[in-house]
Design a binder for this molecule. Sequence first.
Ligand code: PEP
Ligand code: MN
Length: 342
Amino acid sequence: MVVILKENPNKTQLDSLVKWLENKGIEIHPTVGVHQTILGLVGDTSAIDIDLLNALDIVEDVKRIQEPYKNANRKFHPTDSVVKVGNTQIGGGTLTLIAGPCSVESEEQICSVARSVKASGATILRGGAFKPRTSPYSFQGLRDEGIRLLKVAKEETGLPIVTEIMDASQLDLFEDVDMIQVGARNMQNFELLKLLGHVDKPILLKRGLSATYEELLMSAEYIMAGGNMNVVLCERGIRTFETYTRNTMDVSAVPVLKKLSHLPVVVDPSHSGGRSALVPALSCAAVAAGADGLIIEVHNDPSRALCDGPQSLRPEVFDSLAKKLRVISDVCRSSVNEEEAV
Ligand code: PEP
Ligand code: MN
């Protein structure tokens, strides 16, 4: 971090700034020019509030050189993280398929979808019990009953389950849930993120509708700063000026997030495209870009789904897509290995 001071800074204020930074373990390297003095700050500056520095009378400007996140940063953790979810994992050179309905609707529905996605190669079952809906009049999810039914499906199929938490008060219900999803709308619910930092379960953190990569990584940092290192990042499409698709899948998010961070990255092509016909192409693109997994909505009867039917795949479509994705994944991973060997 570099702090550019105003001309002729007040000596007392400068001394107290230097002391404050040194107390935080920061080494200071001043460069004194004719008109301006620059302080080079060396050390772990991730915990320094840039706005606090900027607000000081003697400070002209502050520039960050290092990213403001540390735990999520690949610089401090060069190897890829692998996150364990029940009896399976995300990351580490495998392609993980997470599939299931947008919402849990009945025992018959969740168990039948769970059986079919498992047969197609999915290793984690998704299903919403608490649903963040735009309208308060839309189906809000079966709530605790939804979690109970997910557990029934888990018992029957052996698939670990992932479901969304919307509020800290729901946490007790998640005891037997294998992975907790933080939805796009809650990506910056910092109190919830802090709470999940103290939970011994992997977290699927979805990118907010208009969040930058850095904002997503700072949200991951909130969880990791509490001690929970098991975070998986999820690109689920962002808001753009385009209205044809529900969101715009940002395929660049995969290589960029994997460059900046060691955390696994999965992609949600369902909420990106918002239309089932787009899901296969978006899924293929995400895998080719290097995603560690996909989270795909699958429903046994999409036309009658209580939530997100238009973007849900029928089980047989998911089955043929899963086969294709394995081929793409194998080709892309072997070509990456060959490049590394050269
Ligand atoms: C979901 O996964 O069903 C969901 C609501 O996702 P998002 O938070 O990405 O909109
Ligand atoms: Mn959905």
